[in-house]
Ligand binder design. Structure first.
Ligand code: CAA
Length: 291
């Protein structure tokens, strides 16, 4: 099946990055969010990130303008009905995702491939509540989407070969690399990455190190581009906690218990960069550790 038009649900940090890379690869993109301000903000962010690619000579000004022209926005979910591929990139909460699918399904054409950018929720369970489990897949992008090379492809138990092969071809056209993961909690990347971040929060909680020493240790001692606490702030502490809970519940192993300090930051609404405060305070000129 050939994909030409793509509907993206959710214009947050993942949704706008996904819209960016699809538009740049020549797809017609319809970006949806319930919040009109979020759509406006997403277009501004995409424009800024495309400008950055122009200034670093990764793309031409004409590529940038053509990509922007391929992105349309809508606050009406049902307008995504006629697209060939839908990517749900809403909040990492199963009830939210399910409600979106329920509203969208009656308006989708029968051939549309339905995907979720979930970083951890069971694809088989999400698919089983739709009318097309064979055309449903996990399509997991990494943040920042325009920069990160990997896309995880997760087949549910019912996903058919044609759907999988269509998405492999899409990833190829995006110029990215696919990693296929089986449908078990948090798949590959987050199964490994989140326990490391959670352990870094335990190291902070137990006073073994502070925010700066923990991040410097992993940056300078293991050549990670960002320290684990800086990375947690970048991903969003609510997302990190949600993924740890999926691992803890889904694998029933105490080694995945979320650190109480991570829970406390989320309870405080200190969710990282997006709220201006997390393990660092971003409200001044330079980020300042909060512990
Ligand atoms: N859009 C377009 N380009 C961007 C960009 C964006 N949003 N953000 C950065 N870039 C580009 C820059 O233009 C720059 O390009 P060049 O190499 O051509 O110069 C390059 O990326 C590097 O950026 P910077 O020089 O500004 O900054 P940096 O060197 O500090 O790199 C980073 C920034 C790429 C984010 C790097 O710190 C990094 O790789 N961090 C780790 C990110 C990571 O681990 N992501 C995965 C998170 S897990 C996940 O997403 C899964 C999940 O489900 C939670």
């Amino acid at each position: 099946m050939t994909i030409e038009t793509v509907g993206i649900v959710g214009a947050g940090q993942m949704g706008n990055g996904i819209a960016h890379v699809f538009a740049l690869a020549g797809y017609e993109v319809l970006l949806n969010d319930i919040n009109a301000d979020a759509l406006e903000k997403a277009l501004a962010v995409i424009g800024k990130n495309l400008d950055r690619q122009v200034s670093r000579e990764k793309i031409s000004q004409a590529d940038r303008d053509a990509a922007m022209a391929r992105i349309k926005t809508t606050t009406k979910l049902i307008e995504l009905g006629p697209t060939d591929l839908v990517i749900e990139a809403a909040t990492e909460r199963e009830t939210v995702k399910q409600a979106i699918f329920e509203d969208l399904l009656p308006h989708l054409k029968p051939t549309t491939i339905l995907t979720s950018n979930t970083s951890s929720i069971s694809i088989t369970r999400l698919a089983s509540r739709t009318d097309r489990p064979e055309k449903f897949m996990g399509f997991h992008f990494m943040n920042p989407v325009p920069v990160m090379q990997l896309v995880e492809l997760i087949r549910g138990i019912a996903t058919d070969k044609e759907t999988y092969e269509t998405l492999l071809a899409v990833v190829d056209k995006l110029g990215k690399t696919a990693a296929s993961a089986e449908d078990f909690p948090a798949f590959i990347v987050n199964r490994i990455l989140m326990p490391m971040i959670n352990e870094a929060v335990y190291v902070l909680y137990e006073g073994v190190g502070n925010v700066r020493s923990i991040d410097e240790s992993l940056k300078l001692g293991a050549n990670h581009p960002m320290g684990p606490l800086e990375l947690a702030d970048f991903i969003g502490l609510d997302t990190c906690l949600a993924i740890m809970n999926v691992l803890h519940d889904g694998l029933a192993d105490t080694k995945y218990r979320p650190c109480p300090l991570l829970t406390k930051y989320v309870e405080a609404g200190w969710l990282g960069r997006k709220t201006g405060r997390g393990f660092y305070d971003y409200r001044g000129e330079v980020p300042v550790p909060t512990r």
